[in-house]
Design a protein around this ligand. Structure first.
Ligand code: NAD
Length: 344
């Protein structure tokens, strides 16, 4: 059967996902769309030539028999209500990050899913579907570098808007590292400290940039994560895992080398949207495939959304206090224990 998908929020990433499901992926079809900006929803149907109904709001879209699964791509504060309504209606849910804007909100989604008794929700943490991270995970899981001891990573953007604030370095930027790193090393975060190096003159007056986040895990791994969102030179994601027997590192983005004006070099990306294009395709294809084959999604779970929210809260607290802050999740519920990404 083709999975009938309803999209809630037809902004930038909503349109991107509609485009990939319609043009690139298999097994899914957009049958319904809604947006608080109804004109935007109608324009999307036209733009992609969709055979889809425009609904006035998320509730009516979710109730439609023409919808098996919803794609929640509205603004962050609207996610929780749509996801909860999706679970109540027993619809599959793909929710862009954040799952909810508070840890309590994420926990209530986890509880609703547990009550339902089966996984319905996948969170859009796409880095787990990036080829480089998959290779790192395979090396770690196969013990190729022995026990991981340390991770050094960096998340650098050339520049950010004036509206970007110090806490967004955690909630909008580091959030992807927060998700992918605990998955990579099969471990839980236990504490975090944030320090601020000398500030770049390219940051706006209200923004602390760069920042150094030091996360410790339950097994004692220390992660040093640099966030530098006015680095000027490019969009650059680095990750190096140092183990007892060796080191593994994310590959550089493939690019031709050039020889020009007495220089030998490669070009770097400037636009973050280009960096994980394949991963976005793969996360949605996996969502569609695992529902069609196994009756439930197998990507990042509601529990992962909750872990990200709790960790981000502790990071923001550590930004403000300057102290080491502890991170406590409680026990992982049974429903999420056996989960493994199926595609590799
Ligand atoms: P956007 O502002 O371009 O689009 C959001 C759309 O949602 C708008 O059209 C808005 O009118 C609509 N909307 C808002 N509230 C709604 C509601 N209650 N019901 C229906 N529609 C509603 O934003 P965007 O850049 O597309 O981001 C959307 C979400 O995706 C954000 O949560 C963002 O964090 C996330 N995102 C994730 C990634 C990623 O790398 N995984 C990348 C970009 C965006």
């Amino acid at each position: 059967m083709t999975l009938k998908i309803g999209v809630i929020g037809t902004g930038a990433i909503g349109r991107e996902h509609i485009r990939r499901i319609t043009n690139n992926l298999s097994g899914g079809r957009i049958t319904a769309v809604t947006d608080v900006n109804q004109e935007a929803a109608k324009a999307v149907v036209e733009q992609f030539g969709l055979d889809a109904v425009v609904y006035p709001d998320d509730r009516t879209l979710i109730a439609s028999e023409q919808v098996d699964a919803i794609l929640v791509t509205s603004w962050g504060p609207a996610h929780q209500a749509s996801v909860m309504a999706g679970i109540e209606a027993a619809k599959y849910v793909f929710c862009e990050k954040p799952l909810a804007t508070t840890a309590e909100g994420c926990r209530s989604i986890v509880d609703a899913e547990i009550k339902f008794g089966r996984r319905l929700v996948q969170v859009g943490f796409m880095r787990r579907y990036d080829n480089g991270y998959i290779q790192l995970k395979e090396a770690i899981d196969s013990n190729y570098i022995g026990e991981p001891l340390m991770i050094r990573c960096a998340h650098r953007n050339p520049s950010v808007d004036e509206g970007y604030t110090t806490d967004m370095a955690i909630t909008d930027t580091l959030i992807h590292e927060i998700d992918v790193l605990h998955w990579l090393i099969n471990d839980d975060y236990s504490s975090v400290q944030v320090t601020y190096p000398k500030k770049t003159r390219h940051a706006s007056s209200h923004l602390r940039d760069p920042q150094l986040v030091t996360l410790e895990t339950a097994k004692g791994i220390v992660i040093s994560a640099e966030i530098f969102v006015n680095c000027k030179y490019g969009y650059d994601i680095q990750c190096e895992v140092i183990g007892e027997e060796g080191i593994v590192k994310l590959p550089e983005v493939a690019s031709i080398t050039y020889r020009k004006e007495a220089k030998l070099g490669v070009h770097l990306l400037m636009d973050w949207k280009q960096r994980f294009l394949d991963a976005y395709d793969r996360e949605l294809q996996d969502f569609i495939d695992s529902i069609r084959k196994h009756g439930q999604p197998q990507g990042p779970t509601s529990w992962d959304g909750y872990i990200a929210a709790v960790t981000a809260d502790a990071c923001v607290k550590a930004q403000e206090s300057g102290h080491r802050e502890t991170i406590v999740f409680g026990e992982k519920p049974e429903l999420y224990r056996d989960y493994e990404v199926s595609f590799h």
